[in-house]
Design a binder for this molecule. Structure first.
Ligand code: ADP
Length: 223
């Protein structure tokens, strides 16, 4: 709350100023819009940092219940396409809607949506192809998998991308920042949530070729 309240006040004033039809304000429009964007970004950062610290301080998964990942994945996919106003890469979904697990709907949505958003964000729209799967692996594990043929991650960065605020290369992030305003906390959150659910996050990637993100859930989470 200490962090949220000042931001809410700040955003409220900016929004009021932006909605005013006052010619004196016109010269400030660009600045106000930028302030608005940065305030949004700060709000997301605060929300994500709060969630991260909550995840670190709690041992159990809050609000666990039976969930249908295929629905959450569909929802995250729609949102990613919608946020990406320009062209999106070609995305195909193979979701087994009979496979359910026990977990936190709110947290698992964050896992699915961050991985999907990243795939869209780091894959070229023109010749990009993304495959999203929710399936039972040959070993019997329930797995969420997202494979893209995007920019990929070099081996030396691969083990570090789940660290908070870790960025492979500032320039490539900045170039795409405007579209989704990334915070650099996405994969740190993903890793924590997956661990909390007793699952495992695996990332395979090759620079210039693409990446595969895989989340496997243990049997005691299957329904
Ligand atoms: P960000 O908000 O910067 O995307 P994340 O924690 O979600 O932060 O990801 C960390 C970094 O990992 C990103 O900055 C990006 O360089 C890299 N990354 C994540 N997903 C992908 C992907 N699908 N393809 C290529 N690079 C990726």
């Amino acid at each position: 709350h200490e962090l949220r309240t000042p931001l809410t006040v700040f955003k409220g004033y900016i929004e009021t100023l932006l909605s005013k039809d006052d010619e004196h304000l016109e010269i400030w429009r660009k600045a106000l819009e930028e302030m608005n964007r940065q305030a949004e970004r700060m709000t997301r950062l605060v929300e994500e940092l709060l969630l991260l610290s909550r995840l670190e301080s709690e041992n159990t998964v809050r609000n666990s219940k039976a969930i249908e990942p295929s629905q959450l994945i569909n929802q995250a996919h729609r949102k990613a396409v919608q946020l990406n106003q320009s062209e999106s890469p070609l995305i195909s979904l193979e979701l087994d809607d009979t496979l359910r697990i026990y977990g936190s709907e709110e947290e698992l949505y964050i896992v699915f949506s961050n991985i999907i958003m990243n795939a869209v964000r780091y894959t070229n729209a023109r010749n990009g192809v993304i495959l999203i799967k929710w399936e039972r692996s040959p070993e019997g594990k329930l797995e969420f998998k997202v494979k893209d043929n995007g920019i990929g991650i070099a081996a030396e960065h691969l083990s570090r991308v789940t660290e908070r605020f870790y960025r492979v290369d500032d320039s490539r992030e900045r170039a795409v920042d405007d579209k989704f305003s990334s915070t650099g906390l996405g994969l740190a959150l993903v890793k924590h949530i997956v661990q909390k659910h007793g699952g495992k996050l695996e990332i395979e990637s090759e620079l210039g070729k693409g990446s595969t993100f895989k989340v496997a859930f243990p049997e005691n989470r299957h329904l």
